[in-house]
Design a protein around this ligand. Sequence first.
Ligand SMILES: CCCCCCCCCCCCC/C=C/[C@@H](O)[C@H](COP(=O)(O)O)NC(=O)CCCCC
Ligand SMILES: Nc1ncnc2c1ncn2[C@@H]1O[C@H](COP(=O)(O)OP(=O)(O)O)[C@@H](O)[C@H]1O
Ligand SMILES: [Ca+2]
Length: 541
Amino acid sequence: MEQQLPAGRRPRLVSSLGLGQRCCEVTLDQERGLLAWRHPRRGGENYFVPTSEIIAVEETELNKKQRNTGKWQKLAKPHAFTVYYVKKARNHRWWCRDVTFWCVDENLCNQWTQALKELLEMQKCRPKQLLVYINPYGGKRQGKRIYEQKVAPLFSLASISTDVVITEHANHAKDNLFEVNINKYDGVVCVGGDGMFSEVMHGLIGRMQKDSGIDQNNPKAPLVQCNIRIGIIPAGSTDCVCYSTVGISDPVTSALHIIVGDSQPLDVSSVHHNNTFLKYSVSLLGYGFYGDILKDSEKKRWMGPMRYDYSGFKTFLSHHYYEGTISFQPAKHTLGSPRDKDSCRTGCYICKESEQQLAEQQKKCGLKHEEDEEEWKVIKGKFLAINAVNMSCACPRSPKGLSPAAHLADGSADLILVRKCSRFDFLRHLVRNTNQDDQFDFSFVDVYRVKSFQFTSKLSEDNGSNVTDIGKKRFGQFCRDHPACCCNIADSTWNCDGETLDSSAIEVRVHCQLMKLFARGIEENCKDEAAYSHSSIEHLL
Ligand SMILES: CCCCCCCCCCCCC/C=C/[C@@H](O)[C@H](COP(=O)(O)O)NC(=O)CCCCC
Ligand SMILES: Nc1ncnc2c1ncn2[C@@H]1O[C@H](COP(=O)(O)OP(=O)(O)O)[C@@H](O)[C@H]1O
Ligand SMILES: [Ca+2]
């Protein structure tokens, strides 16, 4: 049955179709892009699936067993089609579910499959061709298996073609991205952890700047936005970028976000030392505690993700603090503050506002550099940790993150300064990173929302530029001589998204929405699946 609508509008299909052994009314609102049916069993539960969340539609041959039971016996040849769709479960997890409808009228069946396929064709943001890099050694070394068993079948169901590269060494993906014909692809997927994501991001952003003649060594150069989206299939040790942008670290959920063609802009920080480009960072730039953990944990890679717990415990016991000067420019352009109670969620208005400001600025100045005369604030002190985060840095170890109110795409980073305090107080602060309590509510913790910052350790100020070697020598000697003492004349290292930086003196600038992910930010939590269905229909109708 078809309902007539005014000319120009797409019709609403309403039919009584078979579902299992019974009949149910199925509606396809083509104008609004919504498929709905009431399950004849399961207490008559209503299902509402936005067509933007349909993965695939296939004509289906009903098998013998299905045909030989119940109503089928009386039918000559039933015609059927299967709809594969996203089912949202608790904790931001997505599943791929399917439902098979049947009818005796072949024309009606064709009408349904054709209408659904046309609606899928209209989803222009979906990728058709992807370049996939798999780090076989990331996390628990399961990357290849995860991709082959959980992700590749979904890509194939969604008719996505892939070129797959299994990396053979570090920087393989990054170097490869400078050579490939990137225009062939609608996106790049990395299977691994934050380090692997960082590699792919460096390849893409670096390639983009090279092709546009931008000198990455110039810390003030306005960088060219990278429009090719990156998808992350989590298979690493921390998977913070995935968790903070999707809400869960789950390969199937991430694959489905890629398939439906989600897009989430992301701020990226550039890190320089003496007019030399060092790295980009999207998650954590950590000096002191997280730098020391990383340095120690690199020697324990064979332990897998557990290396961070081991090195974390060791580093906590060592309780080293570091002296230095941090200068920063507060982010006055953004509406939020790090102590906000609300977090960045799908469709965040603060990030949208920044996007608008960015567009206006680009219209005004193009790629010209705008002189930034805004004030610098300077803080000298003794720090146990200096953490700069472009996003919340939520991960399974810290579900709300190091800075729960940080925004994915507002053009700012949260700078968290943890000053020298007792071991017990530091532990209280750390524990609050793992629970619901406020980790900033301590006299020794300060947090600022910034658009750029610089750091120089006391050691580098005292000794000039060749800090790393001096630090290394003194650190070794000092530790042997005074193992129980916590004061430190040595430098720590910066942990930049899981990679150590060679210099402790750095200059950092946040680039608003420099790149995009196949994600949509964390969706508002839904109490249960049925509630989701009803809220989504209310939103759509
Ligand atoms: C009582 C103990 C409390 C421990 C506090 C735990 C808080 C954990 C916050 C972790 C934030 C992580 C930010 C992301 C960092 C990653 O970029 C980096 C590299 O990840 P990967 O490539 O997947 O290995 N991971 C880390 O630096 C690990 C930090 C973990 C520290 C325990
Ligand atoms: N084939 C490979 N062999 C060794 N190292 C690799 C390989 N492929 C990628 N890498 C490097 O491994 C590092 C860590 O990878 P990642 O996937 O983030 O795992 P983890 O989360 O366990 O640290 C990355 O910095 C990346 O450059
Ligand atoms: Ca940000």
